[in-house]
Design a protein around this ligand. Sequence first.
Ligand SMILES: [Fe+2]
Length: 185
Amino acid sequence: MGMDRIEIPTEEECYRLIREMEMLEHILSHSRLVCRVALYLADRIIEQSYILNRELIMAAALLHDITKTRSFETKEDHAQTGGELLEDQGYPEVGRIVGQHVCLEIFDKSGPPTEAEIVNYADKRVLHDQIAPLADRMDYIRKRYCKTQNQEARYRWLLAEAVALEEKLFRLAGFYPEDLAGLID
Ligand SMILES: [Fe+2]
């Protein structure tokens, strides 16, 4: 075992896990589009000479909602449990990204781009199975998940982070957020 070897599931292994977890069809469609958005953005940023691990982004994006179907029943925190599930499967690096897909652990707006940032942002541009402006997706999150004052405060913080993240990633990618949908088609 190499010291700096990262274990990443292949696309086929991702789909095996998706079947095992009986992911609902609409969550799978969402995840596939999040994956396309994440890889598109990653490729534009890589073209600007930044280093990002595409395979890691692909797997984490496809699997980011791996425990979401189950969470409808259990009410578990699907970001946290998804991260734990992937760690248990032998993919801790993928798990760390999945664990941060709702809320980043660290965000350095002037640091180099990270795989966790790309997946987190891509998920915030896909509303169900359509590419949407960040504001629309965030509005959906607010309406669906903010029931208490505490959640409202957390949401405002999340929104500010998402806006700063969008600025950072598109400064690096060299195109405009509103052009994303047309570029991916
Ligand atoms: Fe999610």
